[in-house]
Design a protein around this ligand. Sequence first.
Ligand SMILES: [Zn+2]
Length: 303
Amino acid sequence: MKRITIITILFFGIFSCKTDSKKTDKLNVVTTTTMITDLVKNIGGDLINIEGLMGSGVDPHLYKASEGDVTKLANADIIFYNGLHLEGKLVEVFEKMGTQNIKTVAVSDAIDKNTLIGSEYFASNYDPHIWFDITYWEQVTQFVVNKLSEAVPSEKDTFKANGDNYLSQLNNLKTEINATINSLPKEKRILVTAHDAFNYFGKAFEFEVVGLQGLSTATEAGVQDVQKLAAFIIDKKVNAIFVESSVPKRTIEALQAAVKSKGHDVTIGGTLYSDALGNAGTVEGTYIGMFKYNVNTIVNALK
Ligand SMILES: [Zn+2]
């Protein structure tokens, strides 16, 4: 008996040494969207290894996990995802990870569900585009600080300091954006985009928001939707509509053509970052840079 125990200890000792040598001693974090990757990087800094699954221009509604992603997810200590069925095709994968004792964290759990915008399009029954309300993103920041601190208690002071620093940047962002938006008269605050990603933005900054494709890009816009929205644009004298970086351009171009066919003109005001940030390493590749870019683009085009 004793011999077996010693052998067992030796075996597991060697085995655990082997697995440890594969990983560094840093926490292995996997994130889904670029918005979440940016946020977790800001809080975790050099103390974590982070792998973001989705790059710029990637549509999370349609995203499917590759084999490489499954390996990354299986090697994670903690996975941060949006939840509320934003990553509609990854839900099953996350459920599997849960049974393998990998901690999965939906950042939308930071928010009181009673305050969310309802939606019949998603199995969650809520609009998942929560990052477009900066107040929500502040709550998510605090939530991520807490989750990382639970995972690595010895570094909780650093996570807190990084979180506080980021929260003050978000506060400055709010002030700057409010000033920009206040330069746009209320009657001009009508935002027409490819899909309904901007409802929380609209609620926070008093815009009327209309998305051609509804809340998820998984539903295609029909001819009737295009005609109806064209009539709305003419009626409300909207002078610009917007393409989104993670949605094909053709739907908004079809809308522009429909407005023109009725003898009116509407310009394409630019490309907004909706469900993905810009390229890594650029200003729009960060949440804060993306927000400023979107607001400047919207306000300049609608003025
Ligand atoms: Zn979306």
